[in-house]
Design a protein around this ligand. Structure first.
Ligand SMILES: [Zn+2]
Length: 82
């Protein structure tokens, strides 16, 4: 599953009802994300999306392409995880 961001001039978050400029959708493809958003089945503001991600204990996985750069950034500490 991936997260997709959609930009608006002004839109209401379906969860907290705040007026925001970006909504985020969890879906398997951009096409699916667009459909979920259009049907009103998804679309959360940044704050609500982060609440969902932390409360539901999602795991964030880097794409293989990005992984190398990230490890370089945090320093490769394999075997030292607590
Ligand atoms: Zn919200």
């Amino acid at each position: 599953m991936n997260m997709f961001a959609f930009e608006f001039n002004e839109v209401k978050c379906g969860c907290c009802n705040w007026e925001v400029t970006h909504l985020y959708v969890l879906a398997n493809s951009k096409k699916e994300a667009r459909r979920l958003l259009k049907d009103g089945d998804a679309g959360l503001c940044g704050s609500c999306m982060c609440d969902l991600l932390t409360e539901e204990k999602y795991e964030i996985e880097l794409s293989r392409k990005k992984r190398g750069g990230w490890e370089k950034l945090i320093g490769n500490e394999s075997g030292q995880r607590r």
